[in-house]
Design a protein around this ligand. Structure first.
Ligand code: FUD
Length: 282
């Protein structure tokens, strides 16, 4: 995955045939390289339909998810593996290249206590099995660091890289997100530089998860950091104007963060592209 993409929450709260028919032609029309498809219910996706649309419009896809609360490696590693195996099979059927996100736990998973060695251990062992299955399908797996209110184990670049090293599989990469880094990192560029060698995917998300360029994210630092590590991966604009019901409570975005899809496409996307151009990333 390379270049610009957009997370499908721009178009719809779940990935139905109607959502695919709206999103894929529009993404292609806007010159995007890929769409990021939220696979929160992998069993329900019409993969052949999505694949045919992607091929027709000549764009790629990346899939992402957070695990269901009852399928976390920390509470049910077998169910976590089964869920991720199904999600990987669907990712491959779609013709996407990677499955990323909070694949190591659920969004909203917090114990009210610091993470333990036992938790990291079962997460890493589960991810080793998942990475091995992904390899048989030629897929990569991304570990997304999210803020402390959404998960207690992986909040920083360093923690994500620690987990990636513990998993020790060649097809596992780091996924960062400017919204989460704005809460957890000592600066956007520091978090990106610390991920050099592992970072292959980034969510470009404003401080309120609304229109990029209208909030407080230090965008020059983001793109200077990416240029500094010679970033060649995928950059996905992410804004939750359509909130997947499975994520609503954990993400707690209760106010509208943008006026419309058109505002995100017409203002947010050009803002990000101009910055990326300025730093010679596209
Ligand atoms: C969650 C988040 C998302 C999430 C993805 C799932 O806070 O940032 O990236 O992992 O949307 O599709």
């Amino acid at each position: 995955m390379q270049g610009f993409g957009i997370h499908t929450s721009l178009w719809a709260h779940s990935w139905t045939r109607e959502a695919a028919e709206l999103a894929i032609p529009e993404a292609a029309e806007r010159g995007l390289a890929f769409v990021e498809i939220a696979l929160l219910e992998p069993g329900k996706v019409d993969t052949a339909h999505t694949r045919a649309l992607l091929e027709k419009h000549g764009i790629g896809a990346v899939c992402s998810l957070g695990l269901p609360d009852d399928a976390r490696p920390t509470n049910n590693p077998e169910r976590a593996f089964d869920f991720l195996k199904l999600a990987l099979d669907k990712t491959a059927e779609i013709g996407a290249t990677a499955l990323s996100g909070v694949i190591y736990g659920s969004i909203g998973e917090r114990t009210g206590k610091p993470p333990t060695e036992a938790e990291y251990d079962i997460v890493a062992r589960t991810m080793q099995k998942v990475a091995a299955h992904a390899r048989t399908l030629g897929l990569e797996l991304g570990i997304e660091a999210v803020n402390r209110y959404e998960n207690h184990m992986i909040n920083t670049t360093e923690q994500a890289v620690g987990l990636i090293e513990r998993i020790g599989a060649p097809n596992v990469f780091l996924h960062l997100d400017t919204y989460h880094m704005n809460i957890e990192a000592k600066g956007q560029a520091n978090a990106i530089l610390a991920g050099a060698g592992h970072l292959k995917y980034i969510h470009l998300s404003e401080s309120d998860r609304g229109v990029p360029g209208t909030g407080t994210i230090a965008w020059d630092e983001v793109f200077a950091g990416l240029a500094g590590i010679g970033f060649k991966g995928g950059m996905a604009m992410e804004s939750f104007i359509h909130m997947p019901p499975q994520l609503a409570s954990a993400l707690s975005v209760w106010r509208p963060v943008a006026d419309s899809r058109e505002q995100l496409l017409g203002e947010g996307l050009p803002f990000l592209r101009n910055k990326a151009r300025q730093y010679k990333l596209i």
